[in-house]
Design a protein around this ligand. Structure first.
Ligand code: HBI
Length: 98
């Protein structure tokens, strides 16, 4: 069973990420990405989707043209776990090209 992060571990995890914040309306983390056009946004989403399948951990997301809003949470613990931090780190790497 995956563990929900403690407040300290969650805060520490967020400091390792780039621009992620606690969601205002639920126990989750979120970030908004802006790309120059739909093609670039969709390419980003494709890379995230392939990694999500590998990790068996999936984003909730909204896309319109170059905007991609992502929310991460772990259903199995009804909150934020190490799995969300791991996927968010991967997503940051894809978004910055690192
Ligand atoms: N994705 N974001 C997220 N959170 C989960 O808890 C989760 C998931 N993808 C698959 C998954 N859990 C499986 O372990 C099963 O719960 C379906």
């Amino acid at each position: 069973m995956v563990q929900k992060l403690s407040a300290d571990d969650r805060a520490a995890g967020l400091t390792q990420l780039n621009g992620w914040r606690d969601a205002s309306d639920r126990d989750a983390i979120e970030k908004s990405f802006q790309f120059p056009d739909f093609n670039t946004a969709w390419g980003f989403m494709t890379q995230v989707a392939l990694q999500a399948e590998k990790l068996d951990h999936h984003p909730e997301w909204f896309n319109v043209y170059g905007t991609v809003n992502i929310t991460l949470s772990t259903h199995d613990c009804s909150g934020v776990s190490e799995r969300d931090i791991r996927l968010a780190k991967f997503i940051d790497g894809i978004a910055t090209g690192t």
